[in-house]
Design a protein around this ligand. Structure first.
Ligand code: AMP
Length: 213
């Protein structure tokens, strides 16, 4: 099964991707997570990507496409994968089409998760993440049991640099300008399914499971 999770930053692609990954035993490939790891490890790729990420801009297509070409050939992708945060431009979508056809693979579904903009801003600015295990919390809607400490691994939680309000607003503009056109791109393939991203995480997941059946 090959899936794309599409939608603005903060609609829950990461959260739903984790649940889908567990349910269907296929990896969730988050370009944002891969890039953040490269930045943390100060690799060549990370150094190139950092300034774009800090301002909420997109990392150039050639960097992202090269990175993904390598990633989907890894062993754990044999039975499929979930793309979270990729593609984000028409050029990336075209490159993905080419990658898949070259490898004899087929895209099954594109889940477009929809959440109103004001809700997204509240979600992202209140988001806290564990820099060690990647668990995601929200100060109001999903707080950890102990203040600012990860429930899973007891690491101090952090706010992502790009989750501050001004950067979030820029990321939303970048989404509208560069990524929203992909809705039409995938509508034409008849693979696009719209998912309401408001409400309880488990209810949204139940809805997704229904669609994937
Ligand atoms: P995310 O965690 O998906 O919100 O991604 C965080 C940041 O990583 C984005 O704001 C971009 O700077 C960069 N990024 C992630 N995925 C892509 C992509 N497919 N194309 C370009 N930049 C990306």
């Amino acid at each position: 099964m090959i899936l794309i999770l599409l939608g603005a930053p903060g609609v829950g692609k990461g959260t739903q991707g984790q649940l889908i990954s567990k349910e269907f035993s296929i990896p969730q490939i988050s370009t944002g997570d891969i890039l953040r790891k490269e930045v943390k490890e100060e690799t060549e790729l990370g150094k190139k990507a950092k300034s774009y990420m800090d301002s909420g801009a997109l990392v150039p297509d050639d960097i992202i496409v090269g990175m993904m070409e390598k990633r989907i050939k890894e062993d754990d992708c044999k039975n499929g994968f979930i793309l979270d945060g990729f593609p984000r431009t028409t050029a990336q979508a075209e490159a993905l089409d080419e990658m898949l056809s070259k490898n004899g693979l087929n895209l099954d579904s594109v889940l477009l998760i929809d959440v109103p903009e004001e809700e997204i801003i509240e979600r992202l600015t209140g988001r806290r993440v564990c820099p060690n295990c990647g668990a995601v919390y929200h100060v109001k809607y999903n707080p950890p049991k102990n203040d600012n400490i990860c429930d899973k691994c007891s690491t101090q939680l952090i706010q992502r640099d790009d989750d501050t309000e001004s950067v979030v607003r820029n990321r939303l503009k970048v989404y509208q300008d560069s990524t929203a056109p992909l809705i039409e791109y995938y509508e034409k393939t008849n693979k696009l399914v719209k998912i309401d991203g408001m409400g309880d995480i488990n209810d949204i997941f139940a809805n997704i499971k229904e669609v994937l059946k």
